[in-house]
Design a protein around this ligand. Structure first.
Ligand code: XMP
Length: 314
């Protein structure tokens, strides 16, 4: 059982001792893990942290602006890079999810490396890696479940004196609790987890700007509707499948993609149960998605637990 106060004290000392008066770079995705990591570092070594936010263009609706806004009043040097075009070009024509993950991870490293060069030599790199990332990226019985892109990559390629991963001993719930101890707003630390490659892995098959926009719209409707619930699932999102289905709109036959809805209840994100959303809510979500997005033919709801499925569809 980890005592978070002790963990915080130990890591604060460790970070101060390691970094001294040098600067430290943090690649932030804007998600909970890297934000808590940023809060911890800025508390331990105020004024020495530089956050680089690589916006790969696979974020949810308005999310990149929200991330930028969240950092605007923090005593850190925050740099946002808009990389949508180059990331889309990098995965053009790629349908395989693991290949997408690897290519996005590679491009992320290139963009980050380019930016880091402009900043001059910074000896330390911090990463918001948590225990789940390490477990799921390890080879289990010969098969990696998935390559979490915040594990590996940067440290091997770039010349850092040291890598700091202050959250690597914590699970998601502990990271959230630590974030609150560090003074981050409750709503912010309780945000849903979001995969490093973002919506690129929630568009099944080849990713295009148009598909991303469709998914962003469906996902925004889903989130708006779920926000009306008193008790929300731990994670919920829309997936743009690569299956088309026949439909009928305005007396005309259509043949458009199917959107899948995922909503899960979980403690550790290693296991989950699907959340039985009220039927009335599901009906409203379906009516809104098919009504407001002209190129979606129908909406299905995923009732699978993990295992045997995973949370993401990929
Ligand atoms: P799966 O799909 O493996 O997901 O059941 C477990 C949890 O991990 C999140 N996830 C990621 N988080 N980088 C992350 O930081 C990633 O690349 C990544 N991929 C999946 C997923 O959303 C779920 O909460």
């Amino acid at each position: 059982m980890i005592n978070l106060d002790n963990y915080l004290t130990e890591w604060t000392e460790k970070i101060r001792h390691t970094i001294g008066s040098e600067k430290v770079l943090l690649a932030t995705s804007g998600g909970v893990d890297s934000s808590v990591c940023a809060a911890l570092l800025s508390k331990a070594v105020p004024g020495q942290l530089i956050c680089v936010f690589v916006d790969h263009g696979f974020m949810r609706l308005n999310e990149s602006n929200e991330v930028e806004a969240a950092f605007s009043d923090k005593p850190v040097h925050f740099i946002r890079i808009n990389g949508e075009d180059r990331f889309l070009a990098k995965i053009k024509g790629v349908a395989d999810p693991e290949t997408k993950r690897k290519l996005i991870g590679e491009e992320f490293i290139h963009v980050f490396e380019e930016e880091a060069k402009k900043l001059g030599h910074i000896p330390f790199l911090a990463q918001g890696t948590i225990s789940l990332d390490i477990v799921e990226s390890k080879n289990i019985k010969g098969a990696t479940i998935k390559s979490h892109h915040n594990v590996g990559g940067l440290p091997e390629l770039m010349d850092f004196t040291g890598i700091i991963e202050p959250l690597s001993g914590l699970n998601k719930a502990q990271v959230r609790a630590l974030g609150q101890k560090l003074g981050l707003p409750t709503a912010f630390v309780n945000r849903q987890p979001f995969p490093g490659p973002g919506l690129a892995i929630r568009v099944i098959g080849e990713v295009t700007k148009a598909k991303l926009d469709t998914l962003r719209h469906a996902d925004a409707i889903l989130r708006e509707e779920i926000d009306t619930l008193d008790k929300k699932p731990d994670q919920y999102f829309a997936v743009l499948t690569d299956t088309c289905a026949v439909g009928v709109k305005d007396d005309t036959r259509t043949y458009d993609p199917v959107i899948a809805i995922r909503a899960v209840s979980t403690v550790d994100y290693m296991h989950c149960e699907y959340t039985p959303l009220p039927h009335e809510l599901l009906g409203r979500i379906s009516r809104r998605i098919t009504g407001e997005i002209s190129c979606v033919s129908r909406v299905v709801f995923d009732v699978t637990s993990k295992p045997p499925s995973t949370i993401e569809w990929e």
